[in-house]
Write a protein that binds this ligand. Sequence first.
Ligand SMILES: [Ca+2]
Ligand SMILES: [Ca+2]
Ligand SMILES: [Ca+2]
Ligand SMILES: [Ca+2]
Length: 289
Amino acid sequence: MKTIKSLILLLLISACSGEELVPLDYDIIPEYKKVNITIYNYCLSSKQEFIDIYASNYSAKFDKDRIIVDFDRDGLPNAYENVEKYGTSSSNYDANGDGYRDQLIYLSGIDIENQQYLKLCYYKNEDSDLDGLNDCEEENLTHTDPYYFDTDLDGIPDDLEIRFGLNPNDYADAFSDIDGDGVINSQEVRLNTPINLYNTRAIDSLSYRYNVTLNRVGDFNGETYRCFDVEINNISLLDVSNGNLIRLNIIEKKSLISMMRTFRTIFEYDKIEDNQKVYIDFRTLIEGR
Ligand SMILES: [Ca+2]
Ligand SMILES: [Ca+2]
Ligand SMILES: [Ca+2]
Ligand SMILES: [Ca+2]
């Protein structure tokens, strides 16, 4: 199998203000606080097909009529972390270190007293399908397939479904339009807009834009390959003290082999003016069981 080569170019400019809650009654994110990501020469062999890409900012999310910071990137915004009841923390992805991230504990409604009954997780870092949920979480809390990134086969990776408030075990919800704004839920996930809030002009102005172009076709060892440039534009950055994590889930289809992992790399960039960092976590998920 050929190695996929990629190069990420980031255009980064500054962010200011320390606000954690950004109201959405106007376009609060000016152009200079947005980044574009381009992946050059993303090459696929003839046995692979480019299916989809989802980019998401894991450091901040929409919540009702605001953008709200999620410092520890566990999917539970700071304002929802609940130390008293659930023992969660805004600065620790898995506050009690039991292997189950805080958002899942919160969503499952397992309070501190009942957390002792959770199945012990011996391999917290084992994420067999690379979807962002570890195997313990999938087996014991989300009841999703730990060996396949898209349990309900609707195209949206399991972890993203949970982060956006969808059900990873329900095929139909990807195609419904909960907020009735004409944008179906799977499209909202791609645009990084909320599924439960009508997309106003302000929200639209924050939605991600994708541009995938074939730049060359060639032969290597008798096999045809196709290379793409993938652009994701209009990615808003918030002033999060530990930086914005932008996660890219690239979905490919491989006809013969299931569960082939190509790579996972983390790119880190210093921001130009205030040294705020942007992290790019890049992973490829292969469609087809
Ligand atoms: Ca959090
Ligand atoms: Ca997983
Ligand atoms: Ca799914
Ligand atoms: Ca919608």
